[in-house]
Design a protein around this ligand. Structure first.
Ligand SMILES: [Zn+2]
Length: 206
């Protein structure tokens, strides 16, 4: 269910056709095929990621360039809002794998909204998104032990544990419960997520 973005905010945002096409291309592109993650009862597979690309193409999910990230609750590179059914990005280029992977991360949130996963906890929504982000990076050819890093310890802990989940899935040793629990712990420790981690996100469909 989509609500309208207030006009005052809309004036600060841009819908750029070329950028929207780029986002669709990424979500339909190679690398997405490597993303298969299950968190609790919820799965993320390539098919719904491509379906988010379709929804963006149709305009049922909108992509806005939000250079100041005014629509994000917390500072971030990109943000998906299940109320507005929209993805907001602070960038309009896909020059790095990292940026493409951020779009895949946000697409996971969009999937959980599209599938009306009203009961998914914020910590699991993020665990699925971060794992998908890292599986995408691996799928584009970035092999272990090379990984995304951050100089901020709490962020780096999320990256490190998310790669551990991704690599365990790729290793095919079954559902990586230990690694997933470590990722959840890292997400809960991040101040952006601590207070809302064990609450539902409130996804209501698109
Ligand atoms: Zn997220």
């Amino acid at each position: 269910m989509s609500i309208a973005i207030p006009h005052a905010m809309l004036r600060e945002l841009q819908r750029l056709p070329n950028w929207t096409e780029d986002v669709v291309r990424i979500l339909h592109g190679p690398g997405v095929g490597s993303v298969w993650v299950r968190v609790g009862q919820f799965t993320i597979t390539p098919k719904p990621i491509r379906a988010i690309g379709d929804a963006i193409k149709k305009g049922t999910i909108k992509v806005y360039y939000d250079p100041k990230m005014l629509m994000a609750i917390k500072p971030s590179a990109a943000y998906y809002d299940g109320g507005y059914d929209a993805m907001f990005t602070s960038f309009v280029d896909t020059s790095t794998i990292g940026r493409k992977a951020v779009l895949v991360h946000e697409a996971v949130h969009a999937i959980n909204d599209m599938k009306k996963r009203a009961s998914i906890l914020h910590v699991d929504d993020e665990a699925a998104a971060y794992t998908a982000q890292m599986m995408y990076i691996r799928g584009t050819g970035v092999r272990a032990p090379i990984r995304l890093t951050s100089t901020t310890t709490v962020v780096d802990d999320i990256y490190r544990t998310a790669f551990a989940v991704a690599d365990a899935i790729f290793a095919g040793t079954g559902h990586p419960t230990t690694e997933l629990e470590a990722l959840r712990t890292a997400i809960r420790a991040h101040p952006d997520y601590t207070s809302s981690a064990n609450a539902t996100v409130g996804y209501n469909g698109i």
